[in-house]
Design a protein around this ligand. Structure first.
Ligand SMILES: [Zn+2]
Length: 93
């Protein structure tokens, strides 16, 4: 896959725009997070949704998405259960 991407001049990181030099740093990324889409299977296999990125860039973006979603769901779920002050603490950062 990495060789193919290089041949097609697609070895440019979708996230930061830099060239991906090393195969260990090469990941298949998705422009829209398929896990969060309305139709995960369709997004996962959608070729238009596929991009390449550095492992670190992909990971960073994924982690951010995960953390913000985690926080959102945490705030929604616990809205009824937690003391308002404690809820503020969780949602603040
Ligand atoms: Zn990058």
């Amino acid at each position: 896959m990495f060789e193919l991407a290089k041949k097609c001049n697609m070895d440019i990181c979708y996230r930061c725009g830099e060239k991906i030099d090393d195969i260990t740093d090469f990941t298949i990324d998705r422009k829209e997070s398929w896990l969060l889409g309305d139709d995960p299977a369709q997004l996962f296999y959608d070729m238009d949704n596929i991009a390449f990125s550095h492992a670190r860039c992909n990971y960073e973006a994924g982690t951010k998405t995960f953390v913000s979603n985690y926080k959102n769901s945490l705030c929604q779920i616990n809205l009824q259960l937690l003391e308002p002050k404690l809820l503020q603490e969780i949602c603040r950062f």
